[in-house]
Design a protein around this ligand. Sequence first.
Ligand code: AP5
Ligand code: MG
Length: 217
Amino acid sequence: MAKIVVLMGAPGAGKGTQARLLQDRTGLPQISTGDMFRAIAQEESPLADEVRAVQASGRLISDDLVIRIVRDRTNRPDCRNGYILDGFPRTIKQAEMLEALAKEQGHELVAVLIDVPFDVLEKRMTGRRTCPVCGEIYNIYFKPPKTDEVCDRHPEVKLMHRSDDVPEKVRVRLETYEQQTRPLLDYYAATGRLHRVDGTRTPEEIYRDVERIVLGQ
Ligand code: AP5
Ligand code: MG
């Protein structure tokens, strides 16, 4: 049965980093709701203004909008053999919707928590830089680019620093995670679908565990 891989973890835990590795090596598409909303935020429309404001605040976008976007995206043909969810679900309502969607699509669900203590997360977020062309994720402390502030593969563009990756927004994001998203861990644990991996090691070490869980070995 095709799988929906739900990558869970606090902001900055490494969901995007692991999702990109999984996508490159298994061929399953990465569906990042955060990236999809950052793309919408660049448009010019009332919706874009709203999304930009909510993302910059560190709070969550409304469940109805997120659910609509995930449903549309995962019903595309490239998701037929399964997909990787990065940053979704984040509320119980979103998790319930995903349950129904998985049933409709005939997929089984496996949740992987990338477990990282809160004190490590702040540096991961404030140090993060992303290439606007290929999406490569860097970190000025842990994974710096070869040349300051530019991508190794796209030296013509400056790396981006997210508007929510500043200390006061990071605090709001961590609080939001605690209140609204952490309860989902119990939700998946109660049905035996939650796997934990130690997210304090190197991305490659973490990846080995993630891949083993996803491929069911
Ligand atoms: P989103 O984009 O999903 O952000 P997030 O959950 O806060 O997670 P991050 O992207 O910050 O972290 P990550 O876990 O992907 O870590 P990464 O691999 O980049 O959401 C942003 C906003 O969009 C939300 O606040 C909300 O407003 C909205 N939104 C999105 N989804 C939503 C939903 N479902 N419902 C409602 N609203 C939604 O790594 C972080 C850094 O650490 C990088 O610099 C990386 O290089 C480094 N790093 C990674 N792994 C390691 C490692 N093993 N060792 C050392 N450094 C590492
Ligand atoms: Mg991310």
